[in-house]
Write a protein that binds this ligand. Structure first.
Ligand code: HEC
Length: 159
C-alpha cells in the first residue's frame, strides 16, 4: 500500500516537473565559455567516480591523488575570462567545491579513513546539487555562430 502511494506521488511530481519551465537562473555564456564550464563539470564527475573507485579498493593514495586533481589547482586553469561573467555566488560555490576536494586529499593522506572520506565526499556533493538547482547555462544571443556564416563555406579538402 505504502509503495503504491509512493509511486503515485513520484508520478505526480514528475508530471508536474515536465509541465514546468526551467526557472533556474540563467548564465548567458558564449559557446566557448559554455564549453569551458561543461568540460570542467565532466572532469568533476569523472574525478568523483575515480575517487569512489579508489575508495572501494581502500587505496587512499589514489583517493588523495584524484581528489587533489579536483582541488583549487583545477580552478586556476585559464578561468579569468569566466570570472568576469559569472555571478559572485556562483564562483564562490565553485571554489568551495574545489576547496572541499583539497581537504579530502589532505585528510586521505593523513588519516587514511575511508568512512571519513565518504562523509566528506557526500557533503561536497551537496554543493554540486545546490548549484545545479540554482543555475542553467544559455548561449548568448550573439554567439550562435550566425555572424561567421562565411566560415561555413570553407570546406577545404586537403590531404
Ligand atoms: C558553482 C556551480 C556548480 C557546481 C558547484 C557544480 N556544477 Fe555541475 N554544472 C553547473 C551548471 C550551471 C551546469 C549546466 C547546467 C545546465 O545548463 O542545465 C552544470 C553541468 C554539469 C554536468 C553536465 C556536463 C555536460 O557536459 O553537459 C555535470 C556532469 C556536472 N555539472 C557535474 C558536477 C559535479 C559532479 C559537481 C560537484 C562535484 C558539480 N557539477 C558542481 C554548475 C555547477
Amino acid at each position: 500500500m505504502k509503495s503504491t502511494l509512493a509511486i503515485a506521488l513520484i508520478f505526480i511530481a514528475s508530471t508536474a516537473a515536465a509541465n514546468e519551465v526551467d526557472t533556474r537562473r540563467i548564465l548567458p555564456l558564449t559557446e566557448h565559455q559554455r564549453d569551458h564550464v561543461l568540460t570542467e563539470m565532466r572532469a568533476l564527475l569523472s574525478g568523483t567516480q575515480n575517487i569512489l573507485d579508489a575508495l572501494s579498493k581502500e587505496d587512499m593514495t589514489a583517493v588523495a591523488r584524484e581528489a587533489r586533481s579536483l582541488g583549487i589547482g583545477m580552478a586556476h586553469k585559464g578561468e579569468d575570462h569566466l570570472k568576469a561573467v559569472l555571478p559572485k555566488e556562483f564562483i564562490q560555490m565553485g571554489m568551495s567545491v574545489h576547496k572541499a576536494f583539497d581537504q579530502i586529499a589532505t585528510d586521505a593522506e593523513s588519516m587514511k579513513d575511508t568512512q571519513h572520506t565518504v562523509r566528506q565526499l557526500s557533503k561536497a556533493m551537496q554543493t554540486c546539487n545546490a548549484c545545479h538547482a540554482g543555475y542553467q547555462i544559455r548561449l548568448k544571443e550573439h554567439s550562435t555562430g550566425r555572424e561567421t556564416q562565411s566560415s561555413h563555406h570553407q570546406h577545404q579538402h586537403q590531404h
